[in-house]
Write a protein that binds this ligand. Structure first.
Ligand SMILES: [Zn+2]
Length: 576
């Protein structure tokens, strides 16, 4: 039930309307006049809902049945509040996107399981990442390195030597905080803002240690990787040799990483086991130019929080193009190229790039070997936080591994005839953070439909289509099964014949399934089906013989508009 305003001879009149399903059609009916002002209409509507609620109670007590009616105005108020991360976590659990790990034992902080929908969504994101950054690029090679590597790796990288983080207890809430040693004087408790007790400061090792070798005395202390980057540096020489790669080129991988976080929080955002997608892009140390940098990259506009603004203690953003960042000498050309490519991937993935802020690291935040680093922060319900990053790492990593291993990690440069140690640009993505950003953006409560619509772009949606026989008729089920089994060869699609069509639609809206395909009485005669669009419930009629091709175009939404993909079906009969 909802309120509409009508203008008659220049004056406003308010009416209560209701959507009623009649066979295959949903009809809107005016059911009451509510007065001439919005305030009056709201009051009358509230009273009507109260009355309905009263009838429902008497119905429960055994009186005559009434039509099911949900108090939507109450929900409308609830809906205005922005989505919280806890609500999203509850939703993810209810639909099978994400569960707490080991829930039957009460859960295990910082560890999560992806459910049947979550794993599909994550796989689609990872596949798209691979397609964008490896398959579609000329100069990128993918690898998959081991999670545990030689312990010397972490000595060379500085992970075991410099315990820069300390654990420190809050005087007020008594919780432990993880703090960078150099920030010890200036930070407050992340949980309550209270003062931290410096007497409780203890060195932290964020790496998970393990013993390699089953015999205790002979086993070797090693670590689960806290980042994927080192795998690319360890394999650099081999990959360069066997692939015959010439500078510049990149090595990329996506994989699980582990950090023994002191305070896992914000759902998937800060956990102890997570997935990183990143690459090391190797460039000749003297190279200043990037041949691939064109207008597509230069014209990318970002919201920049620059170092100078932060140094003044301010947080003002400014809109700036990549071209202007180059003119201001904020970064080198290859660095600019990959920053633009990161934004372009987000855009292609369907992420709202207006919600992304580029934060330039201040001088005192930069590692001694890095000339520039940027965080890409996304506006999550719990604040603007890092979803990706890009650092200029110079020659640091390869030089360190050369020093610790005794191997020469150089590459032959044909132009100068000399061997060089390349410099490195490192773009990094937190895959669960991308997953989370996409879910936050897609989640929408629809007042009219009274359910959540998960507006995930078709190409990353966990289920691409659901196939329904409109009723459980033997003939309908047969055709629906045929369609289902055929589409299944191409995509993750589901078959559902249980319950009312409205309920089946609602379940699929919540799962983020973009298209529902119904088989009805006319399907046998005309060999055609109805496709319903998740986002606006519009429907089109399409021949079964053309269904696969139409669906392929719809899933890659750039290729065709929904209403042009078939014959439009009138579902809403307008009255008055
Ligand atoms: Zn505290």
């Amino acid at each position: 039930m909802y309120i509409i305003k009508k203008k008659i001879k220049g004056r406003d009149y308010y009416y209560a309307r209701k959507s009623i399903r009649e066979g295959e059609k949903v009809i809107s009916k005016t059911i009451a006049y509510l007065g001439k002002s919005r305030k009056e209409a709201d009051e009358k509507m509230q009273n009507m809902l109260k009355e309905i609620k009263g009838k429902m109670v008497s119905h429960l007590k055994g009186n005559k049945p009434i039509i099911e009616q949900k108090p939507e105005i109450k929900k409308a108020k609830k809906e205005i509040k922005p989505l919280t991360i806890d609500e999203l976590a509850t939703f993810c659990k209810r639909k099978g996107f994400v569960f707490k790990s080991s829930e039957i034992y009460g859960g295990f902080a910082g560890f999560w399981d992806l459910g049947h929908l979550g794993v599909e969504l994550m796989n689609n994101i990872k596949q798209d990442f691979w397609k964008f950054f490896v398959q579609e690029k000329e100069n990128m090679l993918g690898i998959d390195s081991s999670i545990i590597s030689h312990p010397k790796t972490w000595e060379a990288s500085g992970h075991t030597a410099s315990f820069t983080d300390v654990s420190i207890r809050c005087k007020k809430c008594k919780k432990f905080n993880k703090v960078d040693k150099q920030d010890l004087e200036k930070v407050k408790c992340i949980f309550c803002g209270g003062e931290l007790d410096k007497n409780t400061a203890k060195d932290l090792n964020l790496m998970f240690s393990t013993k390699v070798g089953p015999v205790e005395e002979e086993s070797l202390l090693s670590y689960l990787r806290p980042e994927t980057a080192q795998g690319m540096f360890l394999d650099f020489k081999q990959i360069a040799e066997v692939s015959r790669a010439k500078l510049p080129f990149g090595i990329l991988q996506v994989g699980k990483c582990f950090r023994n976080e002191i305070a896992p929080r914000d759902f998937l955002f800060r956990s102890r086991e997570f997935t990183i997608g990143e690459f090391e892009f190797f460039i000749h140390p003297d190279e200043k130019k990037c041949d691939l940098l064109d207008d597509k990259h230069k014209n990318v506009e970002v919201n920049l929080l620059d170092a100078e603004t932060q140094e003044k203690g301010k947080e003002d953003l400014r809109k700036i193009t990549i071209a202007k960042m180059l003119r201001e000498n904020k970064l080198e050309e290859w660095h600019a190229y990959w920053l633009a490519e990161q934004i372009l991937w987000f855009k292609e993935l369907g992420l709202d790039i207006n919600r992304i802020k580029i934060r330039e690291h201040m001088k005192n935040e930069l590692s001694h070997y890095s000339s520039a680093t940027f965080d890409l922060d996304y506006e999550y319900p719990f604040g603007s936080k890092e979803v990706a990053g890009i650092a200029n790492r110079g020659q640091f990593d390869l030089s360190q591994h050369a020093k610790f291993s005794g191997e020469k990690l150089e590459i032959f440069d044909e132009e100068t005839g000399k061997k060089v140690i390349p410099k490195v640009i490192e773009p990094t993505f937190g895959m669960e953070r991308v997953f989370l950003a996409l879910l936050c953006q897609a989640y929408e409560y629809d007042l009219r439909r009274d359910n959540i619509i998960l507006k995930l772009p078709g190409k990353i949606a966990p289920i691409k289509a659901a196939i329904f026989p409109i009723v459980k008729d033997e003939q309908f089920v047969k055709i629906a099964r045929e369609v289902f089994l055929d589409l299944k060869k191409s995509w993750n699609v589901i078959f559902d014949s249980g319950g009312s069509v409205g309920r089946r639609y609602a379940r699929m809206d919540e799962a983020g399934c973009p298209y529902c395909i119904t088989i009805d009485g006319d399907s046998a005669k005309g060999r055609d089906v109805t496709i319903r669009n998740r986002d606006d419930t519009k429907q089109i009629r399409v021949k079964i013989s053309e269904l696969k091709e139409v669906l392929r175009k719809l899933i890659n939404s750039e290729e065709i508009e929904f209403e042009k993909a078939g014959k439009i079906v009138e579902t809403r009969v307008k009255e008055v």
